[in-house]
Design a protein around this ligand. Structure first.
Ligand code: SF4
Ligand code: SF4
Length: 435
């Protein structure tokens, strides 16, 4: 049965809250003296350290090697010396972590360049070697998504919607690196001999639209087009976006590749450009550091492995009083406590909220708004009730595993019931019961 039994017709109109950073140029965050590289910055198996204490590394040296099919290489973002290997907490839990002392020289190690005549296999190898994962926050190894025969692959959909409130990382990448994004898209089109590539972004993103239009014009390519979306949440979800852009419904248990479609986030395409046309593995990422409890919000180009505390400091520090830090946006992000966590490949946004702004839960008033907004046609209230009533057996009947964790139901609920949290907890119970 298809999961997406209807298009996003309503969605939710979420306040964007992007004004603090949307017009700010990306600033390079100076790397600290010691950087921390957990061997998991991605979905799947942890990487295995391939350097030892005392080894000298450069920017781009592989320090962690992918293990198994779903995993990703990890590279140093500074030059210097490996000074430790410890088990330390990170956004993905306690992980083996390499400590590298920055020598401040930033000597670089690069890979040979690819060309438009490279094969899909060479391209995929490069993505794997460069440790590229989805930069929209999901952390899925990109090389796995590009395991496609060129004969059966027709389209590329590039997600530039960035519908998560507060986050302006993709927006700034499109404004400041439009040519690199378009050249990256062009490279994928050439290597896979695609019919068309669509860059999808929301109508109000006028500055990014203009930058991309100019870059497409300069490139002279007619196979790359911009597709404008209504400003509704969650336009950024991959499969929903594919349905919206090229009218193909991705069925449960299948991925876009089954339909001859490649799909990537716009910042991931920029990372692919860096890896293939500049020979640079993934070592840095743009992070929006923002929120009402942060003194000076910024868009930062962060060397991976830099602790959150260093980013906070470069933004003038935090306001007094209680603070709720969130890794990601308010819709899909997760709260965290430890500012020593290293920023990794998944960190799109660091948000610092005032917990007093969060409303308190009250009883359900049976308004059905959560059902109305769910983009995949679920009944969030019933799933949440099943969790509260310990009815994990109802998971298949309610299809709760089809939830895409968009958070729209929680956002819209007037009773402020943490529906998404309850749904995830129920799904976790179901998974445990099945294993
Ligand atoms: S979080 Fe899940 S249940 Fe809630 S609206 Fe989104 S997809 Fe539907
Ligand atoms: S939106 Fe909230 S109050 Fe309304 S039916 Fe759903 S759970 Fe109940």
């Amino acid at each position: 049965m298809p999961i997406f039994n209807r298009k996003i017709h309503g969605g939710v109109h979420v306040p964007k809250n992007k004004d603090a950073t949307k017009n700010l140029l990306i600033e390079l965050l100076e790397a600290p003296k010691i950087l921390y590289f957990p061997m998991s910055m991605h979905i799947g198996e942890d990487a295995k350290p391939v350097v030892k204490i005392g080894d000298i590394v450069k920017v781009g040296t592989k320090i962690g090697e992918a293990q198994g099919g779903i995993s990703a290489n990890i590279h140093s973002s500074v030059s210097g010396k490996v000074v430790g290997m410890e088990t330390l907490p990170s956004f993905r839990g306690e992980k083996t972590t390499l400590l590298i002392e920055n020598d401040g020289k930033y000597e670089e190690e690069t890979l040979p360049l690819l060309t438009k005549n490279s094969s899909p296999e060479e391209f995929q190898d490069r993505l794997r070697e460069s440790g590229i994962t989805g930069k929209g926050g999901a952390g899925f190894p990109t090389s796995v998504k590009y395991d496609q025969e060129k004969e059966s692959t027709k389209y590329l959909v590039v997600n530039g919607a960035e519908c998560e409130p507060f986050s302006t990382t993709d927006h700034r990448v499109m404004v400041e690196f439009a040519q690199e994004v378009v050249d990256g898209v062009g490279l994928i089109c050439d290597i896979y001999e695609l019919e068309k590539a669509y860059i999808a972004l929301e109508k109000p993103m006028t500055e990014a639209i203009a930058s991309l239009e100019n870059a497409i014009l300069d490139s002279g390519r007619e196979d790359i087009v911009i597709h404008l979306l209504d400003a509704e949440y969650p336009q950024g979800h991959a499969n929903l976006q594919i349905e919206e852009v090229i009218n193909v419904e991705v069925e449960e248990g299948k991925r876009p590749g089954h339909y001859g479609i490649l799909q990537s986030n716009v910042s991931t395409v920029k990372a692919m450009y860096d890896a293939c046309l500049l020979g640079k593995p993934l070592t840095h990422r743009v992070v929006t550091v923002t929120g009402p409890k942060l003194k000076e919000p910024k868009n930062l180009m962060v060397p991976m492995g830099t602790p959150v505390s260093v980013a906070i400091e470069s933004c003038g520090g935090l306001e007094e009083g209680e603070i709720l830090p969130i890794n990601g946006g308010p819709m899909m992000g997760k709260s965290f406590e430890n500012y020593d966590f290293p920023i990794d490949k998944d960190t799109t946004t660091l948000l610092f909220m005032d917990p007093k702004d969060l409303p308190k839960e009250t009883p359900c008033i049976q308004c059905a708004q959560c059902i109305e907004v769910c983009p995949v046609g679920l009944q969030p209230v019933l799933i949440s009730n099943s969790y509260k009533e310990d009815r994990v057996d109802l998971v298949p009947q309610l299809q709760s595993e089809s939830c895409i964790s968009c958070g729209s139901c929680t956002y819209i609920c007037p009773a402020r019931i943490p529906l998404l949290e309850n749904i995830q907890a129920l799904n976790n119970q179901w998974k445990e019961a099945q294993s």
